[in-house]
Design a protein around this ligand. Sequence first.
Ligand SMILES: [Fe+2]
Length: 143
Amino acid sequence: MSFTTWNNEYSVGIDEIDDQHKGLVDCIANLEESIEGVDEKQRWTAVHYAIVQLTDYTRIHFSVEESLMRILGYPQRDAHIAQHNIFISFLKNVQRKSITHDISEDEIVRYLREWLLTHILRDDKQYAVWFEAANSGGARRMT
Ligand SMILES: [Fe+2]
């Protein structure tokens, strides 16, 4: 398995957000690596730790995005936050499950990776375009 890596096509054009998205991609790669590279005895600890790390990093990142949306009055904020909440619930379930089960099945990791990358490419790019327009006076602020 090749581990997930950052690709410039994921860039939303805001350096601080790109840096955090790179951090999320690193967390996913860590998870993939923990499943592949560790001997079986250490796998449980490594996988569980990688999930906890991904969940914590995701929470911090989402709260930064949500603060920016609130401050700038992004009109799609509620729908975007709803998506974040669904993903956090999924992560919390995976984290809970990882305590008692082997969660290294392909489909869980594939879902995490695809959700994040699709979210960045579709939804985060959408708010980035709107932020840019708002910053140059092209969008009406809600607040
Ligand atoms: Fe987002």
